[in-house]
Design a protein around this ligand. Structure first.
Ligand code: KIV
Ligand code: ZN
Length: 500
C-alpha cells in the first residue's frame, strides 16, 4: 500500500446530512456507508450521536455493520457529547472520536461566550476524555480559518500534547482562499511542537466555490486528510466534493505527486445513490458526476474524440465507473443476462428482488425498445426500496386533463389487503392524483418537493420522480421510475407514504 497518500474522510452522513432536505433514514445511511466502504474511503463520519436518538442509533448500526474504514462520531468539546459518541462507535473494529470547539474570536465571544484560555482548557479536557475512551482522536478548531494564527498554534500544540492524532482546520464558513489556506497549513506544520506526530486535515465549505481548490492547496502544504462529501452536499453551498478531489489528484498526479486510496470506479454509483436517496439533484455541468461531464456536443470535439479520445478527454469515463459502451437490453433478454447486468452495475440482488425486477423489466421493455444501464439502475433501485412492511400499493390510476375541463384523477390503492378507490379534482393532474391518494390513505402530509428527471434521452425515456413529504416533523423521500411520468409521480408519492 502507498505509504504517502491522502486519506479520504467522508462526511456525507454527518455534514452532508446537515443540509436542508438531505435527511436520510437509518437504512439509507447504511446503504451509503456500505458503498463508502467498497470505495475504500479511510474514515466514515457516521453522524453526531448526541444530537438525537435517531442519529445515535444510525451511528451505532454503521459501527456494528460496516467493516473496513474507521467509523467516526462527532462530539462537541463536552463530556456528555464525547461519551455518547464513544458509546455509539463502540461496536466498530476501527473507531475515532472527532471532537471540536470554535477558535475564532467571533465564535468564542458570541457563540461560546468564552475567552481563549477557557476554550484552550476545554479543548485539552475534551481530547483527554476522548483519549481515555479510544486510541484514535481527531480535534477540529471550528472556524479555524478566521482564527488568530498564534492562538491556533497554541491550541493545536495543546491538543497534540493530550494525544490527538489528527488535527483538522475547518474553513467552516467557506471564507478562505487557496493561497491563504495553504500558508496556514505550512505555518502550523512548521511552528507547532509535535506536528510531525500528527496528520493535518482540511475541511472546506464551498460558499465561494473554492472548497476543492482550498483542499488541494492544503494538500500541497502538507495536509494528508481531506474531509469531503459525495456530490459535495453539505451545509449551505456544501462541502468539498469527494469525486472532484480524488479525480484531480489522480488525473494530475504529475502535479500533486500524491493520490488517495479511493477506488474511483465506484464514484458514479456513489453519486447516483446520494442523489437518489436525498433527492438532491446534481447539476448537469457538475465536474466528474454531472450528466454532461463526459458528453461531447460540438462537432469539432466529437471529431477529435473519435480520432483520439485524449484530444478532448482528460479522464476516461470508465475511471469513475461509467461504461463508454453502454450495454443495451431489450424484451428478448433473458433472466441470466438481466441478472449479470444488475450485478455488474454494483447491486447484490436477492432472488425474490430479481424475479420481481425482471417482471418489471419485461413490462418496461414492452413500452421502450432499448433498456440502458441507467434504466436498469433506476428500476432496480426502486425494486430494492420495496419492503414487506409497505402498507400501500398503487394498483390502478386514471387521469383526465385538458384545456376545456378541470384536471381530475381516480386512483385505486391496495391498503394491506383492502382495495380503496378515490377520485379528486386538483390544480393540475399531479395535484389531483396526490389529493386522491391522500383521501384514500387518510394521510395528509406536506409536499415539500417534487422532482422529475429523465433517466436517459428520447421520447420513450423513463422518468424518475422524487417526492419529499413532511408529517409531524418527519421528512421522507419517495422514489419511483416509469416510462409514464404520472405513474412515476404516483408511485413515488406512495413510496414516501410507506416510509412515513
Ligand atoms: O465546518 C465545520 O467546522 C465542521 C466541524 C464540526 C468539523 O463541520
Ligand atoms: Zn463542516
Amino acid at each position: 500500500m502507498n505509504q504517502d497518500y491522502v486519506k479520504i474522510f467522508d462526511t456525507t452522513l454527518r455534514d452532508g446530512e446537515q443540509c436542508p432536505g438531505a435527511a436520510m433514514s437509518e437504512d439509507e445511511k447504511l446503504e451509503i456507508a456500505h458503498h463508502l466502504s467498497k470505495m475504500k474511503v479511510d474514515v466514515i463520519e457516521a453522524g453526531f450521536p448526541i444530537s438525537s436518538p435517531v442519529q445515535f442509533q444510525a451511528v451505532q448500526r454503521i459501527a456494528r455493520e460496516v467493516q473496513g474504514p474507521i467509523i467516526a462520531g462527532l462530539a462537541r468539546a463536552m463530556k456528555a457529547d464525547i461519551e455518547s459518541a464513544s458509546m455509539a462507535i463502540a461496536p466498530a473494529t476501527r473507531k475515532r472520536i472527532h471532537t471540536f470547539i470554535a477558535s475564532s474570536p467571533i465564535h468564542m465571544k458570541h457563540k461560546l461566550g468564552k475567552n481563549p484560555s477557557e476554550v484552550l482548557a476545554m479543548a485539552r479536557e475534551a481530547v483527554k476524555i476522548s483519549r481515555n475512551l479510544v486510541e484514535d482522536v481527531e480535534f477540529s478548531a471550528e472556524d479555524g480559518t478566521r482564527s488568530e494564527w498564534e492562538f491556533l498554534r497554541e491550541l493545536v500544540e495543546a491538543v497534540i500534547e493530550e494525544g490527538a492524532s489528527t488535527i483538522n482546520i475547518p474553513d467552516t464558513v467557506g471564507y478562505t482562499t487557496p493561497e491563504e489556506y495553504g500558508k496556514l497549513f505550512a505555518f502550523l506544520k512548521s511552528k507547532v511542537k509535535g506536528a510531525e506526530k500528527v496528520i493535518f486535515s482540511a475541511h472546506c465549505h464551498n460558499d465561494l466555490g473554492l472548497a476543492v481548490a482550498n483542499s488541494l492547496a492544503a494538500v500541497l502544504n502538507g495536509a494528508r486528510q481531506i474531509e469531503c462529501t459525495i456530490n459535495g452536499i453539505g451545509e449551505r453551498a456544501g462541502n468539498t466534493a469527494m469525486e472532484e478531489i480524488a479525480m484531480a489528484m489522480r488525473t494530475r498526479k504529475d502535479f500533486f505527486g500524491i493520490e488517495t486510496n479511493l477506488e474511483t470506479t465506484h464514484i458514479a454509483r456513489a453519486s447516483y445513490l446520494v442523489k437518489n436517496i436525498t433527492g438532491m439533484v446534481v447539476q448537469p455541468n457538475k465536474a466528474i458526476v454531472g450528466a454532461n461531464a463526459f458528453a461531447h456536443e460540438s462537432g469539432i470535439h466529437q471529431d477529435g474524440v473519435i480520432k483520439n479520445r485524449e484530444t478532448y478527454e482528460i479522464m476516461k469515463p470508465e475511471s469513475i465507473g461509467l461504461k463508454s459502451n453502454r450495454m443495451v437490453l431489450g424484451r428478448h433478454s433473458g433472466r441470466a443476462g438481466f441478472k449479470d447486468r444488475i450485478i455488474k452495475l454494483g447491486f447484490v440482488p436477492k432472488d425474490d428482488e430479481l424475479e420481481s425486477a425482471y417482471n418489471r423489466f419485461l413490462e418496461i421493455a414492452d413500452r421502450k425498445k432499448e433498456i440502458f444501464d441507467e434504466d436498469l439502475t433506476a428500476l432496480f433501485t426502486e425494486e430494492s426500496r420495496k419492503s414487506d412492511q409497505d402498507i400501500y400499493q398503487l394498483t390502478r390510476f386514471e387521469i383526465s386533463t385538458g384545456t376545456e375541463k378541470p384536471p381530475s384523477a381516480s386512483i385505486e390503492i391496495k391498503i394491506k389487503d383492502k382495495i380503496k378507490t378515490e377520485t379528486s379534482k386538483g390544480d393540475g393532474p399531479v395535484d389531483s392524483m396526490f389529493k386522491a391518494i391522500d383521501q384514500a390513505t387518510g394521510i395528509h402530509p406536506l409536499l415539500l418537493r417534487l422532482l422529475i428527471s429523465p433517466v436517459t434521452e428520447g421520447a420513450d425515456a423513463m422518468a424518475e420522480a422524487s417526492v419529499t413529504l413532511e408529517l409531524d416533523d418527519k421528512r421522507v423521500v419517495g422514489k419511483a421510475s416509469s416510462t409514464d411520468i404520472m405513474e412515476a409521480c404516483a408511485v413515488s408519492y406512495i413510496d414516501a407514504l410507506n416510509r412515513l
